[in-house]
Design a protein around this ligand. Sequence first.
Ligand code: GLA
Ligand code: GLA
Length: 629
Amino acid sequence: MTKIHVACAEKSGASKFLPDLFRCAALFLLLVLVSHAPALAQATQYPNVPPVLLGAAWYPEQWPESQWDTDLDRMAACHIHLVRVAEFAWSAMEPEEGKYDFAWLDHAIEKAARHHIVVVLGTPTAAPPAWLTTKYPETLRVDEDGKRAEHGNRQQFSFTDPKYRELARGVAEQMATRYGHNPNVVGWQLDNEYADPDFGPSAQTQFHAWLQKKYGSIAELNGLWTTTYWSQTYDTFDEIPVRASKENPALELDWKHFVSDTWKSYSQNQIDGIRPYADPRQFVTTNTMGWFEGFDHYVVYSNLDIASWDDYIREPVYDPALNGATHDLDRGFKHKNFWVMETEPAFVNWRKTNNPLDKGQIRETAWQAVGHGADAVEYWQWRSALNGQEQYHGTLVGPDGLPVPAYAEIQQVGAEFEKAGAALSGTTPHSQAAILENYDSRWAIDFQRHAAAFDPVEQLISFYRPLRQMTQAVDVIAPDAPLDEYKLVEAPALNLLSQAVARHLIDYVNHGGNLVLGPRSGMKDSYNALYTDRQPGPLAGLLGAHVEEYYALENPVPVSGEIGSGTSQVWAEFLTPSDAQTHVVMRYGPSNGWLDGQPAVVTRKVGKGSITYVGGWLDDGLMNKLTVS
Ligand code: GLA
Ligand code: GLA
């Protein structure tokens, strides 16, 4: 038995959750008995620490060294075996250009080791020092409206600027030279939460060169972008605007592709500084932000060893399905277990009202992460800085260094991780159902939602929620990922469908797979241009039906058929079957006249497989019934 699916039922609310925790505990016990699993799923196993790590973000540079041992004693008592350090400490490590001070970091790593605490080192490039941006102002980012960033916040750098890359690589290389063989350093986090692109001179030049490389000739670009529209026709690549919004949707899509490739090369620049000096056992990752839409995460993770993400509850009320889907998304980036590099110790400081998780939910969310394949759960942050922009953020200890109420609950999690570690080692979730996530499609819909409420992530969750309840395990993967292992594949809104992905999906169905497409699927090609075949474009033949028309909805419309009745909200497409084998499962009821009595869901059997098209955004009740059917 090499891989075991570990899933615990997810319920919001601590009181409901406790019986499930006991169920999990029983499952763990069982796993201890039956599993002789080698550590396959885990990135690495480290000596002297448990296989599932509890950790915290620690900023020793903010405190006198005389206090470090006290902090580390309290961490050890909390069963913390991991700290991430240095990701904003550039001015402490390189106080002057080319002059490095690593003595403090040597001591911090050494003291952590003595407490059985391993270290992830962050490269400090999300927070350049004042000397750097003063001396090299071209390294400061320019926003879409032409305004240059200033020192004093973070992420003020240009991700394209050659000088910034040189300096970033320099500090990463110095760190790796010093710590690449340090047995207590287990991995590297590049930068911190890649986010804002640059629109300045270096980005402009590079975007134009990127377009030239992709299209070869301006005529090719003009054709694929349909630039005859509004006299957009370009004579040279240099004429193309460098903007992310209010542009031709083809340009907007390519801007996102350029940004994704640029973050990847931004990583590669630092990887090239680190890898030659680092033991292969040290992983390299960067911490990303869940469903953040700024770049294609499959591209950005392609040159990194593991995925890691910062799990913050963005809504006033914790939604286990949404959070669980985000873990599954992150597991899908590398098709293996991932790390929660940051999560909140009860509350954050950046929402409108920073209400805490309920008592018990810190533990619930920690175990949820592990149930979905996290090998580490790390709290941000250990102790608040006395000043700086985040004074109100949740911590484990107060400014006095003494535990705050959340500490005890996290300590319990740590004790449980230590106990369950051996049983969980080498395990990873397994699923027979997958949901396809596609950044191109999300972007294309977001550029032109047509119905403001059509949030592609929310719409994906409407597919995920019932599927998760039914199967207790869902993979969220890219459309070009291998699909053979899945009985069911759902594409909630595969708006951009390349010919290659269409062939991949046709193969899947022809080999006995069951494919379910949601509304807006198969509308556009890889250049964000409309297909001349009606939706689902290259899959219309296999479906034996096409979308006749789409309608944005002000109010829900009735839908009914053989699986029951309910409504479609936000969006409704009606379908016209063209094949005798295509079966109408649901129809719209009386509503705006256009939709009355028209097919809303159709399906066609293909050998042992099937293809189904769902034309509306069905309510939860109906989605449940459809998923079960
Ligand atoms: C205006 C413009 C047209 C077109 C329509 C769309 O009337 O003149 O070019 O953009 O709006 O509704
Ligand atoms: C992000 C950052 C951290 C910190 C937290 C606060 O995740 O990576 O540095 O600012 O937010 O929630």
